[in-house]
Design a protein around this ligand. Structure first.
Ligand SMILES: Cc1cc2nc3c(=O)[nH]c(=O)nc-3n(C[C@H](O)[C@H](O)[C@H](O)COP(=O)(O)OP(=O)(O)OC[C@H]3O[C@@H](n4cnc5c(N)ncnc54)[C@H](O)[C@@H]3O)c2cc1C
Length: 503
């Protein structure tokens, strides 16, 4: 790689070949042209958290990535990459609790009430009414949930699961997390929804729900889309270097990014001059990588204390599931339950969520007709006991847990794989309360753009991550240094999908 620049072309260096970095590279290399785009990726794969990992002819999606967006520009981009075949898939996701399935999000149906039983239903109803009479001051996420569901329902459906996901009790998490992720969901909303259904009232909400009940998904998983995007970038003259982590971001005397230092697979360092730098690397790492600029102590400290939640997924190939169900949606041939993913609320297991990849796309499974390919999701912290377990120990624990809740029988397991995913979730606690300080400081560097999920330390989905990149591309092309549009993505209250998804 040469560090010399072609005189008439602006050089844009991008860190990270996940959805954000690849979208920016696509906007610049394919759409804008006349810009030299160089994308540096630390790992040897494309797609970041949205990659698809091949395993013995099967494909594992890290967490299950629905392509869902309300933004026309993003929707157009998904259609534009012709090399990737998209399918419309039915979304079926349920909660597994008390060895029974409940709607996700919880709905007030006869089935729910029957499954909960008379005693729990009564307790839930009374608890909710008590909260309505005496609402709590909302100081934390526990208060937020209790105000909307009452204490008994909160304990049944939210307390344990939230702690599993974040490793922190809801009473220690900010209420604003709930406001962002769980808005629109409450017992009142559930009752209103039920009444509307009974009375046959249709409105905007119905349209949104129907969109959410189907989602777009590439035939071979999300990685297929991102690999196809990378291919188009390269075809258009963009450069993509895998195994090239960005180590330092060097700020010149004029206060602008002047170059970046990358390392190659052999550990050699090289400086690359650039006119613009866009980063989708975690904010904590970005602050650490800055050279040639004085970083205020409070910014350093806030960045150091930005929290993340890490993630482990186990792929299990089984000849069949032990759990069978009668009723609609049943695959008659294999009697496979219809769920794409299942929230596991059973107490006593560490397992958080379960994917059935056959239902995401049969093309994810080598022998979809006689095997079931499932993904188990565990939330953890890098360095904790789950993270440090050996692969075989971890897989054994996962199989034992799954058997203990009646999902599989051990002797039906054919193959397994464990994948560790650091920094899967940016946390909204700790240093997050001072995120504005980090942003204000970074915004003083005019040609530096923070894009994506960890790049902004925001709970961005793929579409949000893409939008941050599109906004950054617009800035770079127009020469604007106003980054407010980039930071404002995914802050509007209505933008989110409703109902507390732990994506
Ligand atoms: C379990 C789970 C389920 C999800 N489900 C959905 C879903 O259903 N739908 C949806 O839309 N979104 C979903 N998401 C969110 C989605 O994964 C992210 O929004 C998206 O991948 C973020 O894209 P990104 O490019 O910002 O970051 P990433 O995907 O994290 O990519 C960043 C890239 O930067 C690289 N990198 C890091 N440091 C450096 C460095 N120093 N130098 C160079 N490269 C570096 C990384 O290796 C990585 O490849 C889910 C996420 C998780 C964790």
């Amino acid at each position: 790689m040469s560090s010399s620049t072609t005189p008439h072309k602006k050089v844009v260096a991008i860190a990270g070949a996940g959805p954000a970095g690849l979208t920016l590279a696509y906007e610049l290399a394919v759409k804008a042209k006349n810009i030299r785009t160089i994308l540096f990726e630390a790992s040897s794969s494309i797609g970041g958290l949205s990659r698809t990992v091949p395993f013995m002819g099967n494909r594992i999606d890290i967490g299950g990535h629905r392509f869902f967006s309300k933004n026309p520009r993003v929707l157009r981009r998904w259609e534009e990459i012709k090399e990737c075949k998209m399918m419309q898939r039915p979304r079926v996701s349920r909660i597994y609790y008390l060895r029974k399935f409940f709607d996700y999000p919880v709905s007030l149906t006869l089935h729910t009430l029957k499954s909960l039983g008379l005693w729990r239903t009564l307790r839930g109803g009374l608890g909710f009414m008590a909260t309505r009479l005496r609402p709590r001051e909302e100081r934390n996420l526990e208060d937020f949930y209790i105000n909307r569901f009452g204490t008994p329902l909160y304990r049944m459906f939210f307390e344990d699961y939230t702690e599993k996901v974040w490793g922190i009790h809801p009473s220690k998490l900010g209420a604003e997390w709930g406001a962002q992720r769980v808005k629109g969901l409450s017992v009142t909303a559930v009752i209103k929804d039920m009444l509307k259904k009974w009375l046959g009232i249709k409105e905007k909400y119905t349209v949104e729900t129907s969109l959410i009940e189907q989602f777009t998904y590439p035939k071979h998983g999300p990685g297929e889309y991102w690999e196809a995007t990378a291919h188009e970038v390269i075809e258009a003259g963009g450069e993509l270097l895998l195994d090239h982590p960005v180590k330092y971001v060097n700020i010149g005397r004029d206060g602008k990014v002047e170059s970046i230092t990358v390392t190659d697979a052999e550990g050699n360092e090289e400086s690359v001059m650039c006119d613009y730098f866009a980063s989708s690397i975690p904010l904590r790492d970005l602050i650490k990588s800055l050279r040639g600029i004085e970083i205020p102590e409070e910014v350093k400290e806030a960045a150091r204390e930005l929290p993340y939640r890490d993630f482990i997924t186990v792929g299990l190939l089984v000849s069949e599931l032990a759990i069978k169900e009668k009723g609609d949606g049943l695959d008659q041939h294999r009697k496979l339950i219809p769920d794409t993913w299942i929230y596991v609320q059973e107490r006593g297991v560490k397992l958080g969520r379960l994917q059935i990849f056959n239902n995401w796309s049969p093309y994810m499974v080598k022998h979809a007709e006689n095997t079931v390919w499932i993904g188990l999701e565990y939330f953890c912290n890098e360095g904790d006991s789950l993270w440090e377990m050996s692969d075989s120990e971890f897989i054994n624990m996962a199989i034992t847990e799954l058997e203990s809740i009646g999902f599989i029988e051990k002797d039906k397991v054919l193959e397994s794989i464990r994948i560790k995913v650091p920094k899967a979730y940016p946390g909204y606690f700790g240093g997050y309360s001072r995120i504005e300080k980090i942003r204000e400081f970074l915004d003083t560097i005019p040609n530096l753009f923070c894009i994506g999920r960890n790049g902004q330390h925001r709970y961005n989905n793929m579409d949000h991550s893409m939008l941050t990149a599109m906004e950054a591309a617009d800035c770079i092309i127009s020469g604007s240094t106003d980054k407010s549009h980039i930071w404002n993505v995914n802050t509007e209250q209505d933008y989110h999908e409703i109902k507390g998804d732990s994506r």
